[in-house]
Design a protein around this ligand. Sequence first.
Ligand SMILES: Cc1cc2nc3c(=O)[nH]c(=O)nc-3n(C[C@H](O)[C@H](O)[C@H](O)COP(=O)(O)OP(=O)(O)OC[C@H]3O[C@@H](n4cnc5c(N)ncnc54)[C@H](O)[C@@H]3O)c2cc1C
Length: 564
Amino acid sequence: MKVVIVGGVAGGASCAARLRRLDEKAEILMVERGPYVSYANCGLPYHIGGVIEKESSLLVSSEAMFRAMFAIDVRTNCEAIKISPDKKTVELRNVATGEVTTESYDKLVLSPGAASVRPPLPGIDLPGIFQVRTVPDARAIREWIERGSLFLAGMHKYSGFQTVRPKTRAVVIGGGFIGLETAENLVHRKFDVTLIEMLDQVLAPLDQEMARIVEGYVERHGIRLALNDGVAEFKQTANGSLEVLTKSGKVYPADIVILALGVRPETSLAKAAGLEIGERGGIRVDEHMRTSNPDIFAVGDAVEVKDFVTGQWSLIALAGPANRQGRIAADFIAGRNSRFRGTQGTSIIGLFGAAAAWTGASEKTLNRIGDKDFEKIYLYPNSHAGYYPGARPIAMKVIFRKSDGRLLGAQALGEDNVDKRISALAMAIQMGATIYDLEEAELCYAPQFGSAKDPVNFAGMIAGDVLRGDMPISHWDSAEKGFLLDVREPVELAVEHVTGAVNIPLGQLRTRLGELPRDQEILIICRSGGRAYYATRILLQNGFRARTLSGGLLSRFHALLLVN
Ligand SMILES: Cc1cc2nc3c(=O)[nH]c(=O)nc-3n(C[C@H](O)[C@H](O)[C@H](O)COP(=O)(O)OP(=O)(O)OC[C@H]3O[C@@H](n4cnc5c(N)ncnc54)[C@H](O)[C@@H]3O)c2cc1C
């Protein structure tokens, strides 16, 4: 059997290696348009920032290694330019020489990834405007930064040597992963960084109130955000630097511009070969990663996948799914019945020592598809036992089905151990767990690692209280109106006061019940929701109608949470 794999990075390389492990006899050819195979594109922003100093560290594997260890014929600088499904051949062009050859295949695997979005804006090809996709892209950015601006060259007044003004102003366009990671790394390189984002928030998969925390955090660490604005044009000034002109009429001077406007699936080969393209613009595949042609498979950023929670088709450009899909395609080609379960979009981004992570459905996704059978809670548990040094709050939002408690999604932000909470919740979602399972989850605990009630358990307990009716809740953005009761201590009100709220500290509540109305619902607030829960229990058991405002004042003023 001869298998040709197009694309030699995440999905392609994992498919090739897996296939060899399963079939010693298969003839495997992997072609890659670029100069490297199996490189760590996830590390590129950190190479730009100097965290990963050596370019060679990004080259996880090599052509020679694939040949020696896996007996795979790897051809770099080799582009697949045409598939003929009827003849089962693929035409390959040597990028250096232009020579075109034809290879036959029994099975073809496409893992061509996604292309960076590059709108045809005036000036977009000016020198100093870059994207972050490949090793050569990162190299070009580093060279540009290290070279300084030749246009500003002058003569040093004492030595007479030629000087160049260092580059100091960066404009990053796009507030997704790559834009934010690159912006952070440019801050570390002492750039004055502005990030322009067309949407009204960064990190589009997050719900907006959670994204606000990220925004406040990165702004405090030196990234200037310009939300709700799109780029209209790039100009070069008389001294050779750049200007970014936006749709709102603003002008941002820059010595370097990074385009991080997102990606779109690379489908040109597949389209030309007549393969089915899905409604979201990715190659349509089945659960075995087979395209509409049973001898052609496709994996990675180029394909559409079923969202595990919503069941909708979606595009997910992440390394984990690409690697798993490559493995599944190899399994199926080798005669095993592996299936891709769908994706939850589990993601994490590290920023200035903090992390934002999420998995499953967001509230806005559920709203967009008209799903009303869900509830959300906000909580702010410590990352580990509060009495052990170094505990940091984690801001969490957990979304679950009202009707049966099934866990639907979670988002978390904080400076310590956010990843393990979202990873645990991601696994729970994939296993179809409910919030009642979270209550019962037995997780690692010693004071420096967690709490006897881990944030994951805690989320389950709060959500369980909500669904059992022990703690009816409300939200700041809900239409529900009622009598606002603030059960914090008076000293806390001096820091943060809610207009219209009546203050009865929790410790006085039992003796002051007579001050509360019985003819309307009482919405109870405290700092993070804990005391409001106790107060809700007291009032419910005394015949009042009461609800806890989930997450208390923190869910209203999240952005202040992570100040350090
Ligand atoms: C800067 C950056 C940071 C990232 N960070 C993360 C992260 O932290 N976490 C995460 O989960 N994901 C991250 N990703 C995304 C992740 O890298 C991708 O989801 C993953 O690499 C997709 O795998 P793939 O095989 O589909 O495509 P790729 O890994 O992009 O590989 C596709 C390859 O196919 C080649 N190719 C395309 N067309 C042809 C053709 N016709 N002939 C021959 N070769 C062709 C391309 O040159 C490319 O090298 C990041 C991506 C980038 C760019």
